[in-house]
Design a protein around this ligand. Structure first.
Ligand code: NAP
Ligand code: GLV
Length: 313
């Protein structure tokens, strides 16, 4: 099997992925974009990480596009993707667990005012606030897919009052209330102390974290965006933070990454930011996931983690 490996990697990342994938599937030939272009008719599959638009054109025997990213919004934005070639995304339990850890840290810090105490430390201010229990802190997780379900389960196990919102409603997780549809979202928001976004970016979810949504939360609620920057209307969040409607925000993802120097989020006291590390792809486990799908393709077995391009995730 001849596999194109390409993406927005630097040379170091490319070498690390190449090593991990070649170790996991030594029987495949792993080609760079230039090598694949030179032998276009022989490429069977592509393993990609947000490749430059146009990279997957002109490969007549391409039978699988396997993303190393869980979110495929940038990949699907490439209008030249070959029609009808199956696309699979990264689903890795190690990534789901990492995401749940980030969400748990953010939720605990919001519930127990640890971000507020960090701000007070910078001001040299000694001030205690009333302590809130986990079982009186309602958390709403937007998205109940791989990441959202693991996160909701982890938070429920930690004692939080957890609801999970999705389009169709999610399979029962112990201690998690399943919510489906727009009406259920707007009914849940006024009771939500911590809002965690784990939705895919699609035309329906773009800009969902906006002024009307913040206005519907109880005053001082926490907002945690771990999915995509374009889910959030930055100026609406800044206004909600400045008015106190949102108490604190934890942001891992941004419209432009790296977040441009001088963006208001860098220095806003109500923002804790991370450089898109909530759940990093771990080459050790992710290579095995990608290779399992390549072997399924080779053996004529069903492909896993298929993306529905018209749905956007
Ligand atoms: P997933 O398994 O595809 O789950 C998507 C969930 O969102 C599903 O529950 C789906 O509902 C729900 N959904 C989609 N559109 C909706 C809508 N319009 N209204 C309500 N619910 C909607 O995705 P995942 O693996 O959990 O990943 C989620 C996102 O996390 C990725 O797309 C990516 O953007 C982000 N991510 C971020 C990082 C990071 O480090 N920050 C790392 C990995 C992923 P149904 O089940 O009803 O279809
Ligand atoms: C990271 O954000 C991913 O989608 O894998």
């Amino acid at each position: 099997m001849n596999v194109l490996l390409c993406g927005d990697f630097d040379a170091h990342a490319f070498a690390a992925w190449h090593r991990a994938l070649a170790e996991a599937m030594p029987e495949a030939r792993w080609w760079t974009l230039d090598q694949a272009r030179a032998q276009a008719a022989a490429v069977n599959a592509a393993v990609v990480a947000n490749p430059p638009p146009g990279s997957l054109q002109g490969l007549p025997k391409l039978r699988l596009i396997q993303s190393l990213w869980a979110g495929v919004d940038r990949l699907l934005a490439d209008r030249s993707l070959p029609a009808g070639v199956p696309i699979a995304r990264m689903v890795d339990p190690a990534m789901n667990a990492a995401m749940a850890e980030t969400a748990l840290w953010a939720t605990l810090a919001l519930q127990r005012d640890f971000f507020r105490y960090a701000r007070q430390q910078r001001q040299g201010r000694w001030q205690q606030h009333a302590q809130r229990r986990a079982d009186e802190t309602p958390v709403l997780v937007l998205g109940q897919g791989e990441m959202g379900r693991t996160t909701a389960r982890t938070l429920a196990q930690a004692g939080f009052v957890v609801s999970g919102w999705s389009r169709g409603g999610s399979a029962a997780e112990p201690g998690v209330k399943s919510l489906a549809g727009d009406q259920a979202l707007w009914q849940a928001l006024p009771q939500t102390q911590v809002l965690i976004n784990l939705l895919p970016l699609t035309p329906h979810t773009l800009g969902l974290l906006n002024a009307p949504l913040f206005a519907t939360l109880p005053r001082g609620a926490g907002v945690v965006n771990l999915a995509r920057g374009r889910h959030l209307v930055d100026d609406d969040l800044l206004a909600a933070l400045d008015s106190g409607q949102v108490g604190h925000a934890v942001l891992d993802v941004f419209h432009a990454e790296p977040l441009p120097t001088g963006h208001a989020f860098w220095s806003h006291p109500g923002v804790t930011l991370l450089p898109h590390v909530a759940a990093q792809t771990d080459a050790r486990s992710a290579a095995a996931v990608a290779v399992a799908n390549l072997r399924a393709l080779r053996d004529g077995a069903p492909l896993r983690h298929r993306v529905e391009p018209t749905r956007g995730y």
